[in-house]
Design a protein around this ligand. Sequence first.
Ligand SMILES: C[S@@+](CC[C@H](N)C(=O)[O-])C[C@H]1O[C@@H](n2cnc3c(N)ncnc32)[C@H](O)[C@@H]1O
Length: 235
Amino acid sequence: MTTTRDGCTVELYALLPPAGEPEVIHQAIPAGATVLDLGTGAGRIALPLAALGHPVTGVDNSAEMLAHVRNAETVLADIETLRLGRRFDAVLLASNLLNTPETALRRAFLATAAYHADGPVIVQWTPPAWFDTMDAGTRQIGPVTVTTKDIVRDGDLLSATAQYDTADQHWEHAFTALRLSTSDVEEELAAVGLRLERWLTEDQSWFTATVREPNQRSSVSANPSALGSSDAQAT
Ligand SMILES: C[S@@+](CC[C@H](N)C(=O)[O-])C[C@H]1O[C@@H](n2cnc3c(N)ncnc32)[C@H](O)[C@@H]1O
């Protein structure tokens, strides 16, 4: 079993099918738009997006995850310090990376997104209502049964364990997410020169943000000494 720095299991993400994410993104961007996918994992979203006609560049700090990403350019790097020196028609920050409890990291994720955006930044986050309604339970994603258990609420933090089972495999991923209000998100976006544009889904778990002023987008620069760094390595 191979686990990423943030606790994701590579074998699991190589197995999990998309659950409508590529279509949400595809309908929000022009045909053929280039996409920078931050935290691409095993390409669960990137590969269907490429099949829908979008040239995709997938970024991840796990080489083992990126080994599964075929038919797309990959870059081995930390999102927070990434500066590729080129822009994309859309930048994707999915998988609730926005809800990291680490404030500086969240700000750096958004600064990287803003820096590379020549069009919408598309964000998937965990909206505030989820923190109240989230309960232990089981759901099916393709061949994987996902059970959420051990939920602990501590102010705006929610910790839990996601258990993943297939016919012959079992994985667990403990995680902690921070509740952000919509106004918190608007403040975070403004700090890197972005503004919230529109919700993409009824449950408000996806939204787009746009660059306010092109010359404000890099006002938060990458700070490798504060955040840790890795050399970007494209394949
Ligand atoms: C929950 S997985 C989701 C992968 C993919 N977006 C999907 O939906 O299948 C999160 C991915 O983000 C990557 N990741 C998390 N933090 C990162 C960081 N700071 N820099 C680069 N990659 C990161 C992890 O290695 C992992 O592959």
